[in-house]
Design a protein around this ligand. Structure first.
Ligand SMILES: Nc1ncnc2c1ncn2[C@@H]1O[C@H](COP(=O)(O)OP(=O)(O)OP(=O)(O)O)[C@@H](O)[C@H]1O
Ligand SMILES: [Mg+2]
Length: 475
């Protein structure tokens, strides 16, 4: 989609150059203005998607322009262009809310890549807002964030399945958003004005679960002073969400099967059956197919539940969503804690991307909540996120000018490049220490000789080159 770009620079040559690059290589509409005051007026009246501005201009500096523009439209993306000499001001500009800065002299590709990044980021945000609206309108369903193709497919599936009455089985690792999906299904169903009752099958003990679910009649057991409605009866007409269904005992599974199959249940101590019209949603982090093999889960119940299956990927399988999710949680917790933190530093984002999250989205959310509480800056940095350790040593092992280039690549490519670079530097280091002796280098690295050999081949390192160097200085 073509974007609308406003370029502001008092240097005519620069204006012409930028306009030419963008018009030749992209479909975006460019408006160029040599006068910042004039540009600000235009900005008030025209819906630009991106502003590219020089910092040093006589009538009004780029920083002042940025501030004014942010006052008018806080969400506007601004990229500042600066000479090396004023790089500190550029960093300041980013602190003030500029999306990025580009140093002069710049390469054509750098400009084009930045524009592409800004506009795709905005597109992703817009799509996300639409999806959120579709999925999470009603009372208090938290928005679901994600823009990877797999997660978009999942949103699409929720949209299709929600209005039906089909039973849904949601599977996924802990913290991936199973409960959130269940809520989205209910709040987008025809039963959205009815109750959604959640039963946590792990939390209720075996001896009370039956009466909790199906209710009991007076005198059914000691302490049953009067008739009591169970959760199934309360959910009648609405949705019953059976969370952690994999933890349900076999005897309860049998009773549940009857409820799902016949729409019937019997309160504890009663001789009569009751009917309930319920939409069932179940969730588990177990592999139920395995549980069936191990005779821990009834196969017939599984088929009743597994009418529609929604599998939520782990966060490690959708790492590209991490920046989006992280920024969403940052906003949420900054607001809740009344902090003026509005973004992450680039090294914080790369640290998050290189981190493993076995606890999935919940772990990421908790990490950001904690960091927001303890931080006082305007941007969360790597140290705010990981004060005790440095999970991503990447910025230390790569040279700074290379780092920028890598960060501009798509995630997978960037990761591969980083790993390759790490292999090169690490292997060079152990070979230097061992004077080119592969067996000793492997021993130092704590890996098999053959594995080191294979890595060396992959990155084209020859041990011979290290043999001429003395292993240890004899001086
Ligand atoms: N796509 C998402 N966008 C925003 N927040 C999300 C998303 N998915 C999950 N969350 C948030 O992550 C946290 C964990 O989600 P949820 O409780 O639904 O996971 P779960 O799979 O049920 O976890 P568990 O197996 O541990 O019960 C919640 O705070 C939820 O709001
Ligand atoms: Mg859950």
């Amino acid at each position: 989609m073509a974007g609308r770009i406003l370029i502001v620079d008092d240097e005519k040559d620069m204006l012409t150059l930028l306009t030419r690059i963008i018009s030749e290589e992209t479909d975006h509409h460019v408006t160029a203005d040599g006068d910042p005051l004039n540009a600000l007026n235009r900005f008030k009246n025209e819906p630009f998607d991106l502003v590219i501005t020089d910092l040093k201009m006589p009538k009004m500096g780029g920083m002042a322009l940025l501030k004014e523009m942010k006052k008018i439209r806080p969400e506007i993306s601004v990229v500042v262009i600066t000479a090396y000499a004023t790089i500190e001001t550029a960093v300041e500009a980013v602190k003030l809310g500029a999306y990025d800065y580009i140093t002069k002299p710049f390469k054509r590709e750098r400009i084009l890549l930045t524009i592409d990044k800004v506009l795709s980021w905005q597109k992703m945000l817009a799509e996300n807002i639409t999806l959120r609206k579709v999925l999470a309108e009603k009372e208090g369903v938290p928005p679901m964030i994600g823009a990877t193709p797999r997660i978009k497919k999942l949103f699409e599936k929720i949209k299709q399945v929600a209005p039906t009455t089909a039973t849904v089985l949601i599977t996924g690792e802990s913290g991936t958003g199973k409960e959130l999906v269940a809520k989205a299904l209910h709040h987008n169903s025809r039963k959205k004005n009815e109750k959604m009752i959640t039963v946590n099958c792990t939390a209720i003990t075996e001896n009370v679960i039956e009466s909790e679910l199906f209710g009991h009649v007076k005198g059914a057991f000691t302490g049953a002073w009067k008739d009591k409605k169970g959760l199934v009866e309360i959910a009648d007409g609405g949705t019953l969400f059976l969370d952690e269904i994999g933890d349900l005992s076999l005897s309860m599974q049998t009773k549940l099967l009857r409820l799902i199959q016949e729409g019937e249940f019997k309160p504890v101590g009663s001789t009569f059956t009751k009917k309930a019209d319920i939409r069932f949603i179940a969730a588990t982090n177990h592999c139920l197919e395995e549980d069936i093999k191990e005779k821990r889960f009834r196969e017939d119940l599984f088929y009743r539940l597994n009418v529609i299956r929604i599998e939520i990927p782990s966060l490690n399988e959708r790492k590209e969503d991490i920046p989006l999710l992280a920024r969403f949680f940052l906003k949420k917790y900054a607001l809740l804690n009344q902090k003026d933190i509005f973004d992450f530093t680039p090294d914080a984002i790369s640290a998050l991307l290189s981190q493993d999250f076995p606890g999935n989205i919940r772990e990421l959310e908790n990490l950001i909540e904690r960091s927001v509480i303890f931080s006082n800056g305007e941007r969360l940095g790597q140290r705010d996120l990981f004060p005790d350790n440095t999970p991503s040593n990447i910025p230390d092992i790569i040279c700074p000018e290379f780092s920028r280039e890598i960060m501009d690549l798509p995630f997978r490519e960037a990761k591969e490049k980083m790993i390759q670079l790490f292999h090169v530097q690490y292997i060079q280091s152990v070979l230097e220490n061992s004077g080119g002796n592969i067996s000793r280098a492997a021993e130092q690295a704590g890996i098999q000789r053959q594995y080191l050999h294979r890595l060396m081949k992959e990155v084209k390192i020859n041990a011979e080159a290290y043999k001429s160097k003395p292993e240890k200085s004899t001086f």
